[in-house]
Design a protein around this ligand. Structure first.
Ligand SMILES: Cc1cc2nc3c(=O)[nH]c(=O)nc-3n(C[C@H](O)[C@H](O)[C@H](O)COP(=O)(O)OP(=O)(O)OC[C@H]3O[C@@H](n4cnc5c(N)ncnc54)[C@H](O)[C@@H]3O)c2cc1C
Length: 530
């Protein structure tokens, strides 16, 4: 069963070795286990549903609570400290495109706001109901998961938008194909959610981000359906698909999506390469991507992230790697690059040889297959660490941007520093570190993780988080980076959007949303503050 106030399956635990706990204690100070409020505490404050009855509408307290929050840190604080105060008034579970349209009509007649809900894995407040006079209908896509069509000649698959990562891949794999879209939230996030948030999978370098994969589909808007026809390329004016990508539920409900698929690769390997410094690793990563070596993933951790990774794993292979690195003279600045090679056996073999030679020129040391294999094994298990950390008293959050290569060394340094300074001002410590998670010819994303102690008072904890988030967001703005490379805008990034899109740009978006949704009932308050 899915955890209601944490990440993932209740039966999956990510154990931390005692040495990892000692390390966190040493870096952050004494830790106290985090709270775990019972469901009953929140159900007790839940008012009666304001929605009129409707066939299939679930207005039970538990269902409303289970759809009240996503996976952001403020969401976790609300759930774990028992502070959830806004809930949907009911949840509809359509089983067909027609039922989606009917639910939209019903909601409009009831004067309700509508929140499209995929997997609920948003980390920026996308699916949270806001306090409002209007009732709120959450529209769950959980029953719309079928593969509708697979055009093997064109290598285009059409799926209902509520399909999760595992279900999508399972259906494609039985025909010998893959989408290759693997966000870390793969286990629960959905195709509709990926499109609506402009998501990026871990192997986007090889397969493309969702905007390169999404080629058409259907959006049920309050004014009727918007059909995005399939054309391999088009000069018929601005591309409306780009309006749907990143629309965060504001235009309507994506009911099905067409996506580019590829035959399953013959071979795939993950490798770990250590560099003496971040600068050297970055130069190697840049040369790999600009030299167009067919690599499907490059992920370079800074020195602190490398240290934390090795310490938290604590396994015997990590000890051997540490010894090896000391033996070859790599000091505390060593950085880990994880890369993936995907394709035909011959191509993987050739690329491996080329990339090994290239990395060596920058001091790269291939650590053997264990590091890459370990990364691959844990790629979707890592989010479970959030549960374990919370249980011992540590909160963890992440944020991300993308900047050109010329600004990358500075970005990877100053964003974690801004977070540290925000906590220093409060007399608290934080472990803030970064990695380049997605690389492009002209730049890369900087993905920052920060770990800090829980506090018995949720207001204090929330204020600390807000101070760090704000400091990091302002620093991103000063760097000219985007406020989000992959997580979207939702609630948490909305205050920073104007600086990126300009007042005119925001006005244009507002007008577009009004065209499709004149009464402003689609996910109000998200992406654009009203
Ligand atoms: C542990 C963890 C790891 C993550 N890793 C990544 C990562 O590697 N890459 C990445 O890109 N993101 C990542 N995310 C963020 C999140 O998974 C993505 O934003 C994802 O795309 C959300 O999909 P979802 O189906 O869960 O959408 P939801 O959270 O349910 O919704 C997100 C937004 O999309 C809208 N929406 C959802 N479905 C539809 C639809 N059918 N029609 C219209 N609008 C819709 C919602 O209204 C909402 O505004 C991660 C999140 C977590 C918790």
């Amino acid at each position: 069963m899915k955890r209601w106030n944490g990440w993932g399956d209740e039966n999956v635990h990510y154990a931390l070795p005692p040495s990892a706990q000692e390390y966190l204690l040493e870096r952050l100070g004494p830790l106290n286990p985090g709270p775990d409020a019972p469901q009953s505490a929140m159900i007790a404050v839940l008012g009666a549903s304001r929605l009129p009855p409707y066939p299939g509408l679930d207005a039970s307290p538990l269902t409303r609570l289970l759809h009240a929050r996503g996976q952001s840190l403020p969401d976790w604080i609300d759930l774990r400290y028992g502070r959830v105060t806004t809930f949907p008034d009911g949840v509809a579970f359509p089983t067909s495109i027609e039922e989606v349209a009917q639910a939209l009509n019903y909601a409009r007649r009831a004067g309700a706001a509508i929140i499209p809900y995929g997997g609920g894995t948003s980390v920026v407040g996308h699916i949270n109901p806001l306090p409002s006079e209007r009732p709120v209908l959450t529209l769950s896509m959980t029953h719309l998961t079928r593969l509708l069509d697979l055009d093997q000649d064109s290598r285009v698959a059409t799926f209902e938008a509520g399909v999760t990562g595992p279900l999508l891949e399972q259906q494609l794999r039985s025909h010998g194909y893959t989408l290759g879209h693997f966000p870390q939230s793969f286990e629960y996030s959905t195709l509709g959610g990926w499109v609506a948030t402009r998501s990026s999978g871990q192997q986007s370098l090889g397969y493309g981000r969702i905007e390169q994969l999404f080629v058409g589909g259907r959006v049920e808007t309050p004014r009727g359906p918007l059909i995005l026809p399939l054309a391999p390329a088009s000069a018929a004016g601005p591309d409306l698909r780009q309006l749907v990508l990143g629309s965060e539920g504001r235009l309507g409900v994506i009911t099905y999506a067409r996506v580019r698929v590829k035959p399953l690769p013959e071979a795939e390997e993950f490798h770990g390469v250590f560099f003496p410094s971040f600068e050297q690793g970055m130069r190697a990563a840049r040369e790999i991507v600009q030299g167009e070596h067919p690599v499907s993933m490059l992920r370079l951790s800074d020195a602190l992230e490398t240290e934390v990774t090795l310490r938290l794993v604590g396994a015997s292979w990590a000890t051997w790697v540490e010894r090896g690195l000391r033996w070859i003279g790599y000091g505390p600045d060593r950085c880990l690059l994880v890369l993936a090679l995907t394709g035909s056996r011959a191509r993987v073999h050739r690329t491996r040889r080329e990339v090994i030679a290239l990395c060596r020129r920058y001091g790269g040391w291939f650590a053997g297959p264990a590091v890459g294999r370990q990364w691959q094994k844990n790629r979707f298990r890592a989010p479970y660490l959030r549960n374990t950390l919370w249980e011992i008293g540590v909160a963890v959050d992440t944020l991300e941007t993308a900047v050109p290569w010329s600004r990358l060394p500075e970005a990877a340094r100053v964003i974690p520093t801004a977070i540290e300074q925000a906590m220093q001002a409060q007399g608290e410590r934080v472990l803030a570190f970064a990695h380049l998670s997605h690389v492009y010819r002209d730049g890369a994303s900087v993905y920052v993780t920060f770990l800090f102690r829980l506090h018995p008072d949720p207001e204090v904890l929330q204020a600390r988080w807000r101070a760090m988030k704000h400091a990091a967001s302002l620093t991103i703005q000063q760097l000219g980076g985007t406020i989000s490379h992959q997580h979207g805008v939702g609630l948490d990034h909305a205050p920073y959007l104007e600086a990126e899109l300009s007042p005119l740009g925001l006005d244009a978006l507002r007008s577009v949303f009004r065209v499709f949704d004149p009464e402003g009932c689609m996910n109000p308050g998200k992406l654009l503050s009203e």
